[in-house]
Design a protein around this ligand. Structure first.
Ligand code: NAD
Length: 464
């Protein structure tokens, strides 16, 4: 059994782990990163954010060619779907990005260990390779960045084929004639949109009386209307209790309702932290009731010298939150002053239109009795949105009633995911809605809608 020593050993090479490794190496720490998958980048790069965005973009092109292009005066013959090519393009993007991380590891001299990492007492991590060979790593500090995995739904056994999770739904070999999506979160709505655009009949079953939990409710209601107009069917207040493959169909049981059937089922009911087999008990790292690893303000766990970041500690299970948290954590380990504010993490659902938000929702403010003002502006009056042919949706700006400080910005509309960055930057600098409104915004751009909403919040929109 070989033995090696590093300043920092990171378990997991997703957006938290690889970012931590790169930053630590930049700051001069002798850094090792353990990953069991062949490709670096974690769920996000391999089977999450990136491949889903590739399919969202490709399916949107197919959908546009089927009709929407005609409105631009571009007439095309009936488009044909080459799903194999679409998957091929997606795979190429994933390969380019995961290879890019491997290249950065080499450039910055991050030592990569292939295998399963497990804590084995204070300052010791054991890596077990695919061939069973073990390597012992001694480390001053250990960082757990093992991420999360799809949550199970009682009564529903995923077979990786007809009843699958997001990984299965990113690689269906053919367009299913019908697809039941369990859960109206970002995964269900994004992948439901992909297969709907490619021709599948989609039914989304959601336990709550709304979609996109955590999103501003008014914005989520508007989004729901758009998705229904696109032909997606929604059954809200539907608690799925079981699913069973019956020949070429799957029967899905819903409490208090008739069962439904479809060719495929996508289970997208959230994710759970990935801590199995990590040897947490060997150093006394505690987990909470739901399996997350609690940490202090420096991301240190209950065991001294063992840190954790990303999905495995809970909070927003988003790649950019994981990355920023990881970078701040290792910067502190390297002796720098660094902070990360989890209250200013933008959340985006990459449907059409996109749904994005940062800061507090209107429900949050009401629940906490915070006095606020609200400004709303629609995309339909925006020249750029009309030129794009995507003018559905609106921006909502929330600011404190007395101080005018921005408290939250919520958008459903074209490129909402890009527009929200300006709101996040303004909020990070403590801007007021008037500050945002007085910034010169280029014309004609979609960002003018954000400005109009900010104007509506503190005074009157110019075009209101
Ligand atoms: P989610 O928690 O966002 O949504 C799951 C939904 O499933 C909830 O609305 C829940 O009420 C519903 N549900 C739970 N049990 C149910 C049942 N028995 N019957 C019917 N509905 C039920 O989870 P997700 O969409 O699976 O995403 C997982 C995580 O990954 C989330 O934290 C999400 O934010 C993140 N993610 C983000 C993006 C993005 O930012 N674009 C994309 C994908 C995933």
């Amino acid at each position: 059994m070989s033995e090696r020593t590093h300043d920092l050993v990171i378990i997991g090479a997703g957006p938290a782990g690889y970012a931590a490794a790169l930053r630590a190496a930049q700051l001069g720490l002798d850094t090792a990163c353990i990953e069991r998958e062949e490709r670096l980048g974690g769920t996000c790069l391999r089977v999450g954010c990136i491949p889903s965005k590739a399919l969202l973009e490709s399916s949107e092109k197919f959908h546009e060619a089927q009709g929407a292009l005609a409105a631009h005066g571009v007439k095309v013959a009936r488009p044909k779907l080459d799903l194999k090519a679409m998957h091929g393009r997606k795979d190429e993007i994933v390969t380019a990005l995961t290879d890019g991380i491997a290249g950065l590891f080499q450039k910055l001299r991050v030592t990569r260990y292939a295998g399963d990492g497990r804590l084995d007492g204070p300052g010791r991590v054991v890596v077990t390779g695919a061939d069973g060979a073990e390597t012992v790593l001694k480390a001053g500090k250990v960082l757990i960045a093992t991420g999360s995995e799809p949550a199970d739904l009682p009564g529903v056994t995923r077979d990786g084929d007809r009843i699958g999770d997001s990984t299965t739904a990113l690689a269906y070999p053919a367009v299913p004639e019908s697809l039941i999506v369990i859960g109206a979160g970002a995964i269900g709505l994004e992948l439901g949109s992909v297969w709907s655009r490619l021709g599948a009949k989609i039914t989304v079953l959601e336990y709550l009386d709304r979609i996109l939990p955590g999103t501003d409710a008014e914005i989520a209601r508007t989004a729901l209307r758009f998705f229904k107009d696109q032909g997606l069917e929604f059954v809200l207040k539907a608690k799925v209790t079981g699913a069973e493959v019956q020949g070429k169909q799957v029967r899905v049981d819903v409490e208090g309702r008739e069962p439904l059937t479809a060719a495929r089922v996508l289970v997208a009911v959230g994710r759970r932290p990935h801590t199995a087999g990590l040897g947490l008990e060997s150093v006394g790292v505690a987990t909470d009731r739901r399996g997350f690893i609690p940490v202090n303000g420096s991301c240190e766990t209950s065991a001294a010298g063992v840190f954790a970041v990303g999905d495995v500690i809970g909070g927003a299970m988003l790649a950019h939150k994981a990355t920023d948290e990881a970078v701040a954590c290792v910067e502190r380990l390297a002796g720098k002053a660094a902070a990360f504010d989890p209250a200013l993490v933008p959340a985006i659902c990459y449907t059409d239109p996109e749904v994005a938000g940062v800061g507090r929702t209107e429900e949050d403010l009401k629940a906490d009795g915070v006095p606020y003002r609200k400004g709303v502006a629609p995309f339909r009056a925006n020249g750029r949105a009309l030129a794009l042919g995507h003018a559905d949706g609106r921006v909502k700006v929330l600011a404190h009633k007395e101080t005018d400080r921005l408290l939250g910005v919520h958008i459903v509309g074209p490129r909402a995911g890009d527009l929200i960055a300006e709101a996040a930057a303004a909020m990070a600098y403590g801007a007021s809605s008037e500050d945002l409104a007085r910034v010169c915004h280029a014309h004609p751009t979609l960002s003018e809608v954000l400005r109009e909403a900010a104007q509506a919040c503190y005074d009157t929109p110019l075009h209101g």
